[in-house]
Design a binder for this molecule. Structure first.
Ligand SMILES: [Zn+2]
Length: 411
């Protein structure tokens, strides 16, 4: 299998990669644009676009920003509201595998930036039924979250007639160079279905014998083409307009707003997806057995391209994290109410690993405990900061938690 000479991606990447004569992958080649594009010009183009919507939406919100308590949301809201002076409506989909830290990050975000926010929690029983079904059918414990986070903001755009949705980085550009930054690719139903949703819409998951009825699933249907056209809904990606460096952006947010971060089981990255017990843990373990690489390879490849890591350092980091057994497996089994045996039986048909890699997985002991410390700024070997407001241990899934409030100075 071909592996890129610069990053650690191989031709087995889920989004498809191509390689040139020098053995460099398309993701690395498109990444090179980051150092040749005139970003001042790109930003001017973005400002023009934002001005257009601001002028158009006088009595309404200027745009929608989908947010979570675990990723680029602080950076995006800070940029769009404070720097570019837009009036965003924040939209959050409850992923239900919430960590306390994720709930804190989300609540502080709303308070710090003083924004209105609409949140959606689907019936927790329905989320379990969907998860049982998708685990069986497509080997995914995360599909309903991908569905919700990519559908709910568009539903809100349609309902409140707010045409502009602002997303962070486009994964296809960032990981595999599927498009150039200058193509200015926007959100499409097709890309979302093929890549985020593994080829399945909510409509395709209706199954009466699994108690997934149309009346329930229809809450998660994507708005009609007619609605999208009439309102003129479009979703833009900020990484087409500003030079995207997720690590530096997060570090700026830690400094400015005390964004909280934590050590994770299967990746050195302490910034992404800290709102969710399963994403970088069990969900990533499943990704690894299905595809032969995990989130740590995504994170390492990204940092190599940004010159934050060398290729050699990256290889060592992948070796260190890739085989870690998921820490939160039992928590998930309890939540879904299935046995460990049943769970692994269901996964069997999706397992594409070679025998030697399976052996490594079986031998690997649990990763050491999370580090929790009040106001601790700690840098691990891979130079990612761990920052927490509390020393409480995150040990159970929370559907909701109280807010954290209010004596924070906003802007
Ligand atoms: Zn590459």
């Amino acid at each position: 299998m071909k592996v890129c000479k610069r990053c650690l991606y191989s031709e087995g990447h889920a989004l498809n990669l191509t390689f040139d004569k020098e053995g460099i992958c398309s993701g690395c080649r498109v990444h090179e644009e980051k150092d040749s594009i005139d970003w001042i010009e790109r930003e001017k183009k973005l400002l023009k676009l934002l001005d257009f919507y601001r002028a158009k939406t006088k009595k309404n919100y200027d745009c929608i920003i989908p947010i979570s308590g675990g990723k680029d949301s602080y950076f995006i809201v800070d940029l769009i509201k404070n720097k570019y002076k837009m009036r965003p409506l924040l939209v959050a989909y409850n992923k239900q595998y919430n960590t306390k830290m994720g709930i804190r990050n989300l609540n502080y975000l709303k308070t710090i930036f003083q924004c209105d926010c609409i949140e959606n929690t689907i019936n927790p029983n329905l989320s379990k039924k969907i998860t049982r079904y998708t685990l069986d059918k497509i080997g995914s414990i995360y599909w309903y979250n991908h569905l919700g986070t990519t559908t709910f903001p568009v539903q809100v755009a349609a309902k409140y007639k707010i045409p502009l949705i602002i997303w962070g980085a486009h994964q296809g550009i960032d990981q595999v160079g599927m498009f150039s930054h200058t193509d200015e690719v926007e959100m499409t139903r097709k890309y979302r279905k093929e890549h985020d949703l593994m080829g399945y819409e909510a409509e395709d998951m209706i199954s009466e014998k699994d108690e997934l009825y149309e009346r329930d699933m229809s809450k998660l249907f994507y708005p009609s083409n007619k609605d999208i056209e009439t309102i003129g809904i479009r979703g833009i990606y900020l990484n087409n307009y500003i030079r995207w460096d997720s690590k530096l952006q997060h570090e700026e947010m830690i400094k400015k707003y005390n964004y909280e971060t934590m050590q994770q089981t299967r990746t050195f990255n302490t910034y992404d997806n800290v709102d969710c017990f399963m994403y970088s843990d069990l969900h990533d373990y499943i990704k690894y057995i299905k595809l032969g690489y995990g989130k740590v390879t995504d994170h390492v490849s990204r940092e190599i391209r940004l010159n934050h890591l060398s290729r050699e350092e990256g290889l060592k980091i992948v070796e260190k994290y890739q085989y870690n057994f998921p820490k939160y497996l039992n928590m998930f089994l309890e939540w879904l109410e299935i046995s460990e045996k049943e769970f692994f039986k269901k996964l069997e048909k999706f397992n594409k690993l070679k025998k030697e890699d399976i052996n490594k997985l079986e031998k690997r002991v649990l990763f050491n405990e999370n580090i929790h410390s009040r106001d601790l700024l700690y840098t691990n070997n891979e130079k990612f900061i761990i920052n927490s407001r509390t020393n409480c241990i995150d040990d159970k899934i929370l559907l909701f938690d109280k807010g954290y409030i209010n004596n924070i100075k906003g802007n």
